[in-house]
Ligand binder design. Structure first.
Ligand code: CTP
Length: 409
């Protein structure tokens, strides 16, 4: 149940350190690799030789061990493994951890780690009950540290009993396994935790003059649903949205823009991202010289000639820039004819991974409606999805994109 897991075991200075030897054995029996770190206090109770022999690993003892710093470094010790386990965790070590003091290798690892931390405290019952310790433990729990024990029973000091004994090695091994089970569950529920997803949505408005603009019928609903679904999957989400009348989705950074040029700028400053989905119906053209003043009607009834120029293609710009391109890049293709041929053309021209093609002929009611019928066009082939609500379509796209990302990284 700990198969293949790498556990950094910090042993601090208490009489319970002798139980850490059994703990190493138990963790290894369950398939874990145990990388031991001993404080100077721990070395008063058990020897690095015994710890090294049982773990069959180098024992790290000193922050300024030049060889260790050169080969591994405390940052790598803190980051490259799956769990940091403190057993025994003395009152002193917990206090330093709570305050962020990093004056030796063990405390430096604790301050630098981004991995789960499990602590098995061991101390005299009076020290455990002391308000200072209680506050430190609360602080650490708030920061996500998981505690196993202490248990109650006889103390090493003669005649003393109470809560303060280190939990039994088998219980600590079970607590470590439970942390991995929970993390695995979270990964399933929130497959995009720690990832950045960028989404464009809505139409763009291209000014003709200060009061008039060119627009299209995009409602932004599909893009907004995608942002919502990505946030629910645990991602940090940036939604760059053209003018729509939808409320900002929860837990999403929304950047509101008007024109294609503004959308491109906002996209470039939001990158890098792991996944980008360009769902915006970006206007293909803008007025070459939008007037600073309102254009007045010609008295002879002659309409003004609007000279158009092409807008930047945001999907294509991102797709062809190796520095900007996310691992998974998805575009949409709104078509009224030759759906697949057009989608394949866009896939290649814009260097996207998938094009989600939909038929937006007025009869389908997709533009502005709540349902969508998607054909997923990729280099691996074409998939037809049944008609679904835009929320369901969004969830399905996000699940598939998360799988594609996991396969690539
Ligand atoms: N797109 C973009 N920037 C543009 C135009 C389109 O990022 N200036 C993106 C859209 O967000 C969508 C994809 O490109 O993901 C395809 O958009 P679409 O309007 O269907 O394609 P166009 O390139 O405009 O092609 P056409 O006008 O020939 O249909």
């Amino acid at each position: 149940m700990l198969n293949g897991k790498e556990i950094v075991l910090i042993i601090s200075g208490g009489i319970a350190a002798y139980k850490s030897l059994d703990l190493i054995r138990r963790l290894k029996e369950r398939g874990a690799r145990v990388i031991p770190v001993m404080t100077s206090g721990a070395q008063e109770f058990i020897t690095p030789l015994a710890v090294g022999a049982l773990s069959a690993e180098t024992v790290f003892t000193d922050l300024f061990d030049r060889q260790a710093e050169h080969d591994v470094g405390h940052i790598r010790l803190a980051r490259d493994h799956d769990l940091v386990l403190i057993a025994p965790a003395t009152a002193n070590l917990l206090a330093k951890f709570a305050l962020g003091i990093a004056d030796d290798l063990a405390t430096s690892i604790l301050l630098a780690t981004d991995k789960p931390v499990l602590a098995a405290p061991a101390m005299n019952p009076k020290m455990w009950q002391d308000p200072a310790t209680a506050r430190n433990v609360e602080t650490l729990k708030d920061r996500g540290v998981v505690f196993c024990g202490p248990a109650s029973g006889e103390m090493a000091e003669r005649g003393e009993a109470g809560v303060g004994r280190m939990s039994e090695p088998l219980d600590i091994a079970a607590a470590a396994a439970a942390i991995f089970r929970n993390t695995a569950q979270q990964t399933r529920d929130r497959p995009l935790a720690g990832r950045h997803v960028l989404i464009t949505a809505g139409p763009t408005h291209e000014p003709i003059d200060p009061v008039r603009y060119i627009a299209n019928r995009s409602s932004g609903k599909q893009g907004y649903a995608l942002a919502q679904a990505a946030a629910e999957a645990g991602a940090r989400v940036t939604l760059v949205a053209g003018p729509v009348s939808l409320p900002d989705p929860e837990n999403v950074d929304v950047v509101h823009v008007e024109s294609a040029a503004e959308m491109l700028k906002a996209v470039e400053s939001a990158l890098p991202a792991d996944i980008a989905i360009m769902a915006a119906a970006v206007a293909d053209w803008r007025v070459a010289s939008a007037g600073a003043q309102k254009i007045k009607k010609d008295r002879n009834g002659k309409p003004p000639a609007l000279e158009l120029e092409e807008n930047p293609d945001i999907l294509s710009t991102v797709g062809h820039d190796p520095k900007l391109r996310p691992s998974v890049l998805i575009g949409f293709a709104a078509e009224t004819q030759d759906l697949v041929a057009n989608a394949l053309g866009k896939l290649e021209r814009k260097n996207a991974d998938w094009i989600l093609a939909n038929d937006v002929s007025p009869a389908t009611g997709i533009m502005g409606g709540d349902a969508n019928t998607i054909r997923l066009v990729s280099r691996d082939g074409i998939e037809d999805w049944p008609e679904m609500g835009k929320t369901e379509v969004a969830r399905r796209i996000i699940t598939r994109a998360a799988e594609a990302l996991a396969a690539r990284s």
